[in-house]
Design a protein around this ligand. Structure first.
Ligand code: PLP
Length: 498
């Protein structure tokens, strides 16, 4: 199985090379030239396997240049009782006959990014070894919170890798800040940058494309690499839990093999929901993928009208990991849905870059709408949903998952579709204590995020994840706050390049 990009370039490379490169030379995203498809018998066999078994089969289908032993090593090193606190890795909790929640947040940093970032370092180092690439990989991350911590945990103390994370000084929650500033490990650096997330992200992009800097790295046996969700190595592990959810539905007896189900996915960069689309194309009986957006509802408008328009105000919401106006992975869907029309996708991406807007044809929109449906939820609806689900089921949602739940309710109202639904849950409620506390605690509750951890626990009885306990007692290793024009200097210092 070879990989190509979504744009005009004519690269045809192996999976391991796509993972090492991250982004195509033409600026496009890598994807496999064909999508593997399971027969009914194969699907039945897959359903009987545990999480790691499913992951080995699915990754093996896509990463055909990896040996079986290599795949096995990567999967077992990522998904085990040391990293994931639940033996099912991604357990499914049913709220009622029709609606269940797939909990993707039992990894070390309590967000769904762990599912991909626990395995990506192993895929990357294995890819480097297979290709005889002996350079040190420098992972640069700009984060609005969840990705930074998940990448640090995944890459810490991995030989051959150094990681540097930049976060906006006034853009992350206290819990997220403490998670990163107390990070352990000997191959990493965390810096707080004055300004907002855009400043940080632009700074990192400038480092990636700095020609002189890249040459200096090469001369010193190093190279940049990226851990963000445009890397195919982050997307492919996410396909697995859609199959796992289906298997758990069968096991609990709420569906029979072959029945269709829907998934509702809280969406930002479109990576998670795109993995669901791949699962459907591989033969998993998915009827609808419901794309849930917050007030930054650019995807809702696109899926409803065929017009993608990022020219709109940016809102800071209670679900910060979905505060995104350019959903990078949508590019892959456009490629798949247009029957791999490279010049069409290149043209749309040029229009997006130059004017911030593009429109697709009605025929193509209808194809997207056959599978995708979308709506949005604002902040007040989000906290109302957390309270309502807590009162009704005693089940506590985080803000992102609550957006999904709210959108799922709108879907049922508007379509009357009674297909069993799985809400994809992307974070522990304890990562977003201010909004969750506002939803379920009486007025007069603390406004200190760390005190709120305990107040929410006392009220809900839900255990606080290990990684979030005792955060205030851990040693702070990274205190430095730098102006944004000092990111390059700090990087050179850290790598000893001066
Ligand atoms: C990253 C993230 C999302 C968005 O996922 P995408 O793959 O970017 O669509 C949603 N919720 C949480 C908690 C996240 O960390």
């Amino acid at each position: 199985m070879l990989y190509t990009t979504t744009r005009r370039g004519q690269e045809h490379i192996e999976g391991s090379q796509a993972i090492l490169n991250g982004l195509g030379a033409d600026g496009g995203l890598y994807l496999p030239e064909a999508i593997p498809h399971f027969t009914e018998e194969e699907l039945k066999t897959l359903m009987k396997m545990d999480y790691n078994g499913k992951a080995k089969v699915i990754l093996g289908e896509f990463l055909t240049d990896f040996t079986q032993e290599e795949i096995q090593h990567c999967v077992d090193a990522a998904y085990n009782q040391k990293s994931f606190s639940d033996p099912a890795v991604t357990p499914l909790r049913s709220l009622n006959d029709r609606c269940a929640v797939l909990e993707l947040y039992h990894g070390p940093t309590s967000a769904f990014k762990d599912v991909a970032l626990q395995i990506l370092p192993h895929l990357l180092t294995t890819s480097a070894r297979k290709n005889g690439d002996k350079r040190t990989f420098i992972i640069l991350v700009a984060t609005s919170g969840d990705t930074g911590k998940a990448a640090l945990e995944g890459f810490k103390d991995v030989p051959g890798i150094k990681i540097m994370v930049f976060y906006p000084n006034d853009g992350v929650s206290l819990v997220q800040k403490l998670q990163m500033s107390t990070q352990e490990g000997s191959n990493l650096q965390v810096l707080s940058v004055e300004g907002n997330f855009d400043d940080t992200q632009n700074g990192v992009k400038a480092l990636f494309s700095d020609v002189a800097l890249n040459q200096l790295l090469e001369k010193n046996g190093m190279t940049f690499s990226s851990a963000n969700s445009i890397n195919w190595g982050r997307l492919v592990p996410q396909i697995v839990y859609y199959f796992e959810a289906y298997a758990q539905k069968i096991e609990e007896g709420s569906i029979a093999f072959g029945d269709e189900i829907n998934f509702t996915v809280p969406t930002g960069n479109f990576g998670n929901i795109l993995a669901g689309y791949y699962a459907k194309e591989m033969g998993l009986p998915i009827r609808r993928l419901i794309c849930a957006a917050n007030q930054n509802d650019v995807l809702k408008d696109f899926i409803r009208s065929g017009i993608y328009d990022r020219n709109r105000p940016f809102h800071k919401t209670h679900s910060p990991s979905m505060d995104i106006l350019i959903s990078s992975n949508l590019e892959r869907l456009l490629y798949l849905i247009s029957d791999q029309d490279k010049s069409f996708v290149s043209q749309l991406m040029d229009e997006l870059k130059d004017h911030g807007v593009y429109t697709i044809h009605t025929d193509l929109l209808k194809k997207i709408q056959k599978t995708f449906w979308s709506d949005s939820c604002g902040d007040p609806e989000t906290t109302d949903t957390i309270r309502q689900v807590y009162d009704e089921y005693g089940y506590l949602l985080d803000t992102h998952t609550a957006v999904a739940y709210g959108v799922y309710e709108k879907y049922v109202m508007q379509t009357e579709d009674k297909t069993p639904n799985v809400i994809v849950s992307t974070a522990s409620p304890y990562k977003f204590n201010l909004a969750v506390g506002e939803a379920i605690l009486q007025t007069g509750a603390s406004d200190d995020e760390l005190k709120l951890l305990e107040e929410i626990r006392a009220k809900s009885g839900m255990p606080i994840p290990l990684g979030l306990t005792g955060l205030d007692q851990k040693t702070i290793r990274f205190r430095e706050v730098i102006p944004k024009d000092q990111m390059k200097g700090s990087l050179m210092d850290y790598l000893g390049l001066k």
